[in-house]
Design a protein. Structure first.
Length: 268
């Protein structure tokens, strides 16, 4: 099921969108000139933007596999982004074939691709929604149809909250989204940071100033409170390549410029 909300022809191609810029970092083709120009500005200032995006994507896949291995059968993926295989439902179903996934994004180009790439196999739905309106997301018919809030849920906020300004109360948004999750639910969260790129903070924000969402990079002490009410799963909130890597741990200094913190919290 796909709720596009409004026609794909209403896509604004004149302003960069973070989801399409992220698609460009990952080497995708579902982006426009404005997205590419803004992304190239970031890459020029921060050459590690592309490996950071890829490392974050790899973290998402490992975290979803972990959640499915812990018995989670339902996922709410907010800030889905341009579909890039393997997507959440593909990763989860490699462990739990019956996994259900509700995808949410505020970019209509994601909706344009959702039917073909995200929701065509059943037990998955997509709708347009903005994380800044968390109650609207929780009350949406797609969520109500797919997600049983009497059973554990994996809530995914991957590379999303750095597009929420401080005055928009990101911590309050997370509290609203998680307050009714039952014990055993997981919060999968990653967040861009300047902890490893302190010299480019202002410049990176400049590249996003004309985008549909501005950029607010945060340090680890500002990200940790988003896990209030959750116990961090080992190894805690770490640079994303260090969260339960599939292979041998990276050598010291190898990940020094990966600009994402990531972690998984368990409720209860």
């Amino acid at each position: 099921m796909t709720d596009k909300g409004f026609p794909a022809e209403e896509i604004d191609t004149s302003r960069p969108h973070p989801a399409r810029m992220y698609d460009y970092y990952l080497g995708g083709k579902d982006n426009y000139e404005a997205d590419r120009e803004a992304a190239e500005m970031v890459i020029h200032m921060t050459p590690d933007a592309r490996p950071s995006a890829r490392a974050n994507r790899d973290f998402m896949q490992r975290a979803v596999r972990y959640a499915a291995g812990q018995g989670i059968r339902q996922f709410v993926d907010i800030g889905t982004g341009i579909p890039t295989s393997p997507n959440t439902h593909e990763v989860a179903r490699s462990v739990v074939p019956e996994a259900r996934v509700a995808y949410v994004d505020n970019d209509p180009i994601v909706a344009a691709h959702a039917g073909a790439r995200l929701t065509n196999t059943g037990n998955a739905g997509f709708f347009l929604g903005d994380v800044r309106e968390p109650e609207t997301i929780l009350e949406h018919a797609t969520i109500r149809e797919l997600i049983d809030f009497d059973q554990p849920v994996a809530l995914m906020l991957v590379a999303l909250l750095h597009f929420v300004r401080d005055d928009e109360d990101p911590a309050g948004i997370v509290r609203t989204l998680t307050k009714n999750l039952p014990a055993g639910s997981l919060l999968i969260l990653s967040h861009g940071t300047t902890d490893f790129h302190r010299d480019v903070d202002a410049d990176a924000g400049e590249a996003y100033k004309n985008a549909t969402s501005t950029l607010t990079l945060r340090g680890k002490p500002e990200i940790e409170p988003f896990f209030e009410g959750f116990s961090l799963v080992e190894p805690g909130l770490v640079q994303v390549p260090l969260w339960r890597p599939d292979g041998p741990p990276a050598q010291e200094g190898e990940n020094v410029r990966i600009a994402f913190w990531g972690g998984v919290g368990r409720k209860g």
